[in-house]
Write a protein that binds this ligand. Structure first.
Ligand SMILES: [Zn+2]
Length: 96
């Protein structure tokens, strides 16, 4: 279980279990993630850059398929994640 810091519009910084994130990707691998704030219970949506998407998926976030291209395969995710080489945890504000 990986706890991830993020921001609720109402509550400010909150900590959310990574498997509560729902990701939606565009064709470039960026997209959005959604989560329910553990404090106020409101659904939140945040922009996710490709590195953040990678972190959230590796931490247990779940991919939702809201466009017509079909499910992304594990191979596609592997290929995608090979493109990154930085401290993506820092970008996400993660402390673990
Ligand atoms: Zn909140």
């Amino acid at each position: 279980m990986i706890w991830t810091k993020t921001i609720c519009e109402s509550c400010g910084p909150v900590t959310v279990n990574a498997d509560r994130f729902r990701l939606t990707l565009d064709d470039e691998g960026a997209g959005f993630y959604r989560f329910e704030c553990p404090i106020c219970g409101h659904d939140q949506t945040r922009v996710a850059s490709p590195p953040v998407v990678t972190v959230l998926l590796s931490a247990g976030g779940r991919l939702t398929n809201e466009h017509e291209h079909g499910l992304i395969t594990d191979d596609e995710i592997d290929e995608f994640t090979r493109g990154f080489d930085g401290d993506i945890w820092a970008e996400l504000g993660e402390s673990r």
